[in-house]
Write a protein that binds this ligand. Sequence first.
Ligand SMILES: [Zn+2]
Length: 347
Amino acid sequence: MEERKCVCGMNYIPSTELVVKKTIIKKPLFEVIDIHGHFGSLILGDDYENLYETAQIVDILKSYNIRHIINLDGFWGEKLDRVLKKTHPFNDYIITFGGVDISRLDEPDFGRYVRETLEESKKKGIRGIKVWKNVSLVMKDKHGRKIPIDDDRLKVIWETAAKLDLIILIHIADPIAFFKPIDKYNERYDELHERPDWSFYRDEYFGFWQLMEMQERLLENNPDTTFIVAHGGSCSENLEYVGKCLDRFSNMYIDFAERISEFGRQPYTSRKFFIKYQDRILFGTDFNPLNIDYEANFRFLETWDEYFDYSCKPKPPHGNWKIYGIGLDDNVLKKIYHLNAEKILKI
Ligand SMILES: [Zn+2]
């Protein structure tokens, strides 16, 4: 028998006795554009080229009715060339987003560097820019100070993006529980116990709501730039808040990458939210070639199934709970699966 320790949920993976409908969806009702994927070094490490065969992965993606996927690991310069080489000859299918080296922020010609890099990367085919959470959480400027995401010095990135018609996909913050003490009251205790490095509960970090204030100012101060705020707009635990932001900022879109665990545990609220904001939500999974995990996403969007796993992994990776489907209608599904992405990526 499987070992089950009873220490604050550690190694405790109860199997439900509930007998309810189980819908298996291998192919979603409509074609999908997955806005949030990783084909390069960010998740897979520097040896990523040896970890998968691009043609084989594209075949698997097509079997799930994925029409396009966005690779957020373009970076810039030689790193961009490398990943485009790896995804060749599928660079129409795998659409790459690039970036700029924000650690060069204090260099006197940072503005020129940003403009030149983005222009050059656009010529190579990038369609957007990925900005990661390390900017507001980890990076420091030359004075050793944290870099708020709404820092004036970064404005050249948002302005150049708008000028070059590049979308920004931005990851700010992390689940709220990662900003709280790792104790018996923390709803993500298991994850944080296993990965204490995911915790941002220390004075050296901005607090969660400080980050949200910066996020709001970023959206407000750059109305001509289109932002996809990843992971449910950074705050899928509080959809009333995300909805208010979507109401205020017409340049804001969200994806639900790695967050059906959050959306799916509040199915009544989520269903209303997905219907109300059906033009602003993009399908995204945080795909990487070693982590292909689509079926629960389709089941969450399309069915009324109850109390099911949000991932095919044996242990729930994002919160020790189950989710419920929100049974969206076809016209809403179509927008979320691909129409919204088509619109903002101009596909
Ligand atoms: Zn990601």
